[in-house]
Design a protein around this ligand. Structure first.
Ligand SMILES: Cc1cc2nc3c(=O)[nH]c(=O)nc-3n(C[C@H](O)[C@H](O)[C@H](O)COP(=O)(O)OP(=O)(O)OC[C@H]3O[C@@H](n4cnc5c(N)ncnc54)[C@H](O)[C@@H]3O)c2cc1C
Length: 332
């Protein structure tokens, strides 16, 4: 395992923020992971794991060991249960499940990133969240070297959140998924349902592979390509408001919402658009004109410029609508 010093991380994060890391290495096995952890302990610096860098913002140079996860592999346990090593690409895994008669993940097609990062913010799209398909998560503690298996109940999954968030001392080595043998599909999410209705295919004949293809095509339509217009997907979370906060907001502006239990979910994109930000910004960073939750960069900027721009949106939305947007990606 080779350790490099003072290298640029521009090609390791999908916003293409240009910062340095003090040390860098890439790992392909659990043994290399342990070696990397020992190196960081011997140098008395922190370590940070990175997958495909599609949900992380480096706000400054990283003064530690950045560890790129390339640990690959699958272990089939039975026809429904499978262990996937954390460096595998998420979309390729979803594609593989459908080709191998393991169903349920098709609504989560084309989300960038690795399998190991998927539980961290409990990735979700088109009415599904990854947590619904997770049985267990295997981890290594980077301080104590202790290996621990988290049962689903211990993961504290909720909207774009889990127990693993902001815990840089836990490395997810593999995830054990339970998928379905049943090829029923769920297209109840409005924008997916509307998109599929415009196609020639009869809804009642849809297969999981069809849904996988429709979700992929829909995502290509509505999101900027992060390899060309650099971005981390949604930069802000949708709002989850208590009744009083929701009433205060609707006194200012009528908003679309979805009520779940006693909480109101409001699309932040709606407010960002109403505040006039869609397609607007600076030379090197702007709000996408395809999707108002996405900030795109030219790849020619520092992390602090990203944060300054994001904060100007947060402040403007607060001034106009008295609600506070929360940033979705991990800030380092
Ligand atoms: C165009 C685009 C569209 C997107 N659409 C969606 C969407 O629809 N829904 C959604 O939920 N997300 C979406 N995202 C966000 C992103 O794809 C997911 O959060 C993804 O899971 C990040 O994976 P990654 O490997 O790139 O993680 P990274 O960005 O590399 O890491 C993210 C965080 O996880 C930590 N981490 C990574 N791997 C491990 C590990 N093995 N163990 C411990 N910690 C680890 C990192 O330290 C960091 O804190 C989108 C992003 C883009 C660019």
């Amino acid at each position: 395992m080779k350790i490099q010093e003072n290298i640029s991380i521009k090609d390791l994060n999908s916003l293409r923020v240009n910062q340095l890391t003090r040390y860098f290495c890439s790992i392909e096995t659990i043994e290399e992971c342990k070696e990397a952890i020992e190196f960081s302990i011997s140098k008395k610096v922190p370590c940070l794991f990175i997958g495909e860098g599609s949900n992380i913002v480096f706000t400054k140079d990283y003064d530690g060991l950045l560890i790129k996860n390339n640990i690959l592999g699958k272990k089939e346990q039975d026809s429904r249960t499978i262990e996937i090593f954390s460096g595998e690409n998420w979309h390729n895994f979803v594609d593989w499940t459908i080709s191998n008669n393991r169903y349920g993940l098709e609504n989560l097609a084309l989300i960038p990133g690795t399998v190991g990062a998927a539980p961290i913010q409990n990735i979700g799209a088109y009415g599904k969240e990854v947590s619904s398909f997770i049985n267990e998560i295997k981890t290594i503690n980077t301080i104590t070297a202790e290996e621990r298996i988290y049962a689903k109940e211990d993961c504290e999954f909720s909207y774009r959140s889990s127990v693993f968030q902001n815990q840089n001392n836990l490395f997810i080595t593999s995830v054990i998924f339970e998928t379905s043998l049943d090829a029923d599909v769920d297209i109840s999410y409005d924008s997916l349902k509307d998109y599929i209705k415009t196609s020639a295919k009869e809804v009642k004949t849809l297969t999981p592979k069809d849904v996988f293809n429709y979700v992929s095509a829909l995502r290509r339509n509505v999101l900027p390509d992060h390899n060309k217009e650099f971005n981390v997907g949604s930069f802000f979370k949708n709002l989850t408001l208590m009744e009083e906060e929701f009433n205060n907001l609707t006194n200012i502006i009528k908003v679309p919402f979805y009520k779940s239990n006693s909480l109101y979910k409001v699309p932040s994109a709606f407010l960002i658009e109403r505040a006039g930000w869609k397609g607007k910004g600076l030379d090197n960073i702007r709000v996408s004109n395809k999707h108002s939750l996405v900030l795109t960069t030219t790849g020619n900027l520092k992390g602090k410029e990203v944060i300054k721009f994001a904060n100007s949106i947060v402040d403007d939305i607060h001034n106009k609508f008295k609600v506070k947007l929360e940033i979705e990606p991990t800030l380092i």
